[in-house]
Design a protein around this ligand. Structure first.
Ligand SMILES: [Zn+2]
Length: 261
């Protein structure tokens, strides 16, 4: 028999979005296991909260998740539906210089280490702030083609059509763990917001904070540019939950869409 540990539960979730599990009878060390992934349940406002990311690549249909105690014993099982988000495709015209770009030593590793962080304390609070005031000209989740050829890759963030030099603000409070002028990602800020939430800001012309800086929501972290793998000035904003790219718009309401340029 299952204990009724879960208070709030959305049974339908789109690819690239997040299931929020509020665990009423929370005990430390609980985990949620889904699709062979284990997600920690963190303490939040006197209860437990698990943010369970559903990948863009998750198969539509019925899935099962299991809530386990610290000893690994299942205390509850739930079924949920993954809905096909019907992400469109988008062609990117990459120049020869863009195609020749290779990451610097440590570049890919530093980003992976950012996404993998599991800081138990939450610095974040909702709603998240849009990092720049402009509209989105390339949505999260679109299947990417480079010069008409499928890449097998999808857009892991949101592109905001922002002029070069626009101040970029932290979407939520946290600690800056990446502040580098990388080659592929370009000028990069990566922030750990705690409890498995990280954000990053790419292609920046200039950085305004150093690694280790603790930032508030809305604090200046850098300036929009076109550095790295970019066809022109814009802000690429990524929001990963437990290392899985999710749609940033689900966290910062009010961002409008505009045509690609
Ligand atoms: Zn992008």
């Amino acid at each position: 028999m299952w204990l009724a540990v879960v208070a709030a539960f959305a049974l339908d979730v789109q690819q690239g979005h997040v299931i929020r599990l509020e665990v009423k009878s929370f005990t430390p060390g609980m985990t949620v296991v889904m699709d062979d992934r284990s997600i920690p349940v963190f303490s939040r406002n006197g209860a437990g909260l698990a943010l369970v990311p559903v990948a863009v690549t998750a198969t539509p249909g019925t899935h099962t998740l299991e809530i386990r105690d610290a000893a690994g014993k299942a205390v509850e099982e739930r079924k949920y539906q993954v809905l096909d988000a019907q992400y469109p495709t988008q062609n990117i015209v990459a120049t020869r210089a863009m195609k020749a770009l290779r990451p610097l030593p440590g570049e890919v590793e530093s980003m992976r280490a950012l996404y993998a962080r599991k800081t138990p304390e939450a610095a974040w609070a909702e709603p998240f702030a849009p990092p720049v005031p402009q509209c989105a000209n390339s949505s999260f989740g679109v299947q990417r083609l480079h010069n008409g050829k499928p890449t097998g890759n999808y857009h892991r963030g949101l592109d905001l059509r922002s002029p070069a030099g626009t101040p970029v603000k932290a979407t939520a409070a946290g600690k800056v763990v990446v502040a580098r002028m990388w080659r592929m990602h370009g000028g990069t800020i990566g922030i750990d917001h705690g409890q498995g939430i990280t954000s990053h800001y790419l292609h920046l012309s200039r950085l305004a904070v150093r690694e280790g800086t603790v930032v508030k929501r809305g604090q200046l972290v850098g300036y929009v540019g076109a550095t790295g793998f970019a066809t022109g000035p814009h802000l690429h904003w990524g929001l990963y939950i437990h290392g899985i790219p999710t749609d940033p718009r689900a966290w910062a309401p009010g961002i409008t869409s505009c045509q690609p340029r």
